[in-house]
Design a protein around this ligand. Structure first.
Ligand code: UD1
Length: 365
């Protein structure tokens, strides 16, 4: 049986790592990886394949840096060519990027069943390109792998499982979260990873990431966040691995980062080591919110809402948005009374559950 996996952006490389490992270990399924090219810098792409031992993509479509419509359109066309050539039994998609959406549209038009990992997440903010991508991908998928009970409930409240046609009915599976699998899988290596000097030489530190379009493309929100970070940096070393989108826009907006410890985007292991050792994490990334939660590091989310509601319900994550005063209030809030919690995202075995379901669906003997 053959599956085509579509990847394109940094978080998808991470999400695919343990699922690909599990597929190769069991060897009942042949996996063909397609890299759309959405992320292309060495430190946004190649280094993740190297560190996480992800099999090399058979195809790199080299589509990047375009407006959403052009990017998605070109990806659909190129993915369709690959699917017609490879004729797989199934297409495997991760998360909510334009590469995910393009994979879903290309596969569904030529009637190839789809498995969606990280199904059922909802921010309830249709201004986010990711929310649109998630909703459409879920609608077109046959197997929907949900990381949490909340994700399952989101789908049920939208009427899932739906009938896709006369024969196919969607199947919802609470698999757990594959990013938790990757952390578990690499736990010892992460602990033993050395951080380059000058990033964490000033311990304690807070770790910050910023890349979300709703922040980086809005000069008002961006200025307010950077102002707050500069004030926090009076108390503590602020390490900011800077995403290319944020870097470009901060330069264009003429914002001053002089108090901050700005470093390049980090490879997986180094980023995890930084997260694990941080005093607090400030982020607008979904994945980094979850990683803070896995490591029990208090998190301040620089967004107005989050899909990862369990991190808020547990008390370990505060939603601060982009308002300077709210961010500073969250920074000053008491954090040492936080309780222990059960992981809402499974037990690190999501990939096994996913691959077993894929085998069953495709009738692997
Ligand atoms: C994309 C995803 C977002 C995900 C994020 C992770 C969509 C709609 N957004 O956002 O959900 O959280 O990836 O990082 O799919 N760039 C480089 N080098 C790179 C990658 C990007 O210079 O290696 C530049 C691009 O040319 C572009 C900008 O950064 O100008 C944004 O890249 P893009 O892939 O469009 O979106 P992200 O912000 O990375």
């Amino acid at each position: 049986m053959k599956i085509v996996t579509i990847l394109g952006a940094r978080p998808q490389f991470i999400k695919a790592a343990t699922v690909s490992y599990e597929i190769n270990k069991r060897s009942k399924i042949q996996e063909i990886i397609v890299h759309t090219g959405q992320h292309y810098d060495k430190n946004m792409s190649e280094v993740f394949f190297e560190q996480l031992n992800i099999p090399e993509p058979k195809y790199n479509l080299k589509i990047s840096g375009l407006n959403h419509g052009a990017m998605t359109g070109r990806m659909i066309e190129a993915i369709e060519d690959v699917l017609l050539k490879e004729n797989p039994n199934m297409v495997l998609l991760y998360g909510d990027t334009n590469s995910t959406l393009a994979g879903a549209l290309a596969a569904s038009k030529i009637k190839i069943p789809i498995a969606h990992v990280e199904a059922g997440l909802r921010s309830r903010n249709m201004n986010m390109p990711e929310e649109i991508n998630r909703i459409i991908t879920d609608r077109l998928s046959d197997l929907l792998f949900c990381p949490s009970e909340n994700a399952m409930n989101n789908l049920k409240s939208e009427g899932f499982p739906n009938k896709l046609d006369q024969i196919r009915i969607q199947k919802l599976i609470r698999s757990g979260d594959v990013m938790y699998d990757v952390v578990k899988h690499n736990e010892m290596t992460i602990k033993n990873t050395e951080i380059k000097k000058n990033s964490n030489e000033l311990i304690p530190y807070v770790l910050c990431t910023l890349h979300r379009q709703e922040n980086t493309d809005d000069a008002g929100r961006m200025k307010s966040i950077i102002d707050a970070l500069n004030l926090i940096a009076i108390d503590i070393n602020v390490i900011l691995p800077l995403h290319p989108r944020a870097k470009k826009n901060i330069k264009l907006m003429g914002l001053d980062l002089c108090n901050l410890n700005v470093i390049d985007p980090q490879p997986y292991l180094e980023m995890q080591r930084l997260a694990m050792g941080a005093n607090t994490i400030l982020t607008d990334s979904g994945g980094v919110q979850k990683e803070a939660f896995f490591y029990k590091i208090p998190c301040i989310t620089l967004r107005d809402e989050t899909e990862w509601v369990e991190t808020i319900q547990s008390g370990w994550n505060q939603l601060a948005g982009a308002d300077k005063d709210n961010i500073l209030k969250a920074w000053k809030a008491e954090k040492n009374k936080l309780n222990d919690f059960n992981c809402a995202y499974g037990d690190g075995k999501a990939s096994e559950i996913i691959v077993k379901e894929l085998e069953d669906y495709m009738g692997c003997k």
